[in-house]
Ligand binder design. Sequence first.
Ligand code: URA
Length: 183
Amino acid sequence: MALAEIARAIEANGVTPHLKATATQLVFGVGSPDAEIVFVGEAPGKNEDLKGEPFVGAAGKFLNEMLASIGLERKDIYITNIVKYRPPENRDPTPEEIAEFIPYLKQQVEVIRPKLVAFLGRHSMSVFLPELKISQAHGKPVRKGGQVYLPLFHPAAALYNGGMRDTLLEDFSLIPAILKKID
Ligand code: URA
């Protein structure tokens, strides 16, 4: 299956029609289909909804800086969100909305087959590793069902919180060594 087919399936299957109705467009995901790392955020915000691309606002700029700090650019990775339409007024997605999108997120990961799936925040972590708490799990790779996962703080939460920001930068700095260890 190709990534474009998964995007078409979301439209064809009428996933979260109420979110689709208020969103500008589907924000499916961008980057390399051969990426070693897939980053998973929560849901598109206003900028992402307008541009059709995840993490293009302030949190995205911070993410780009963190990628650069480990020698990566956006074209080297793949980035997506659990929920692929912007929730109105940037409210948190509901558990039902998240549940509707989970099969498509899992398919994206299956198609790309990355070495590492990095979660940006607790919502995306909870999809794959519901038993963990982000406060304890961040920065520690977890192997489950043949896939390695790395929980990270959400860049939007860390952006204006000095302590969390330093922790997120530190956790990011571990990524090259984590990737090297995965065969
Ligand atoms: N926050 C997210 O979780 N995803 C985005 O795409 C932008 C901000």
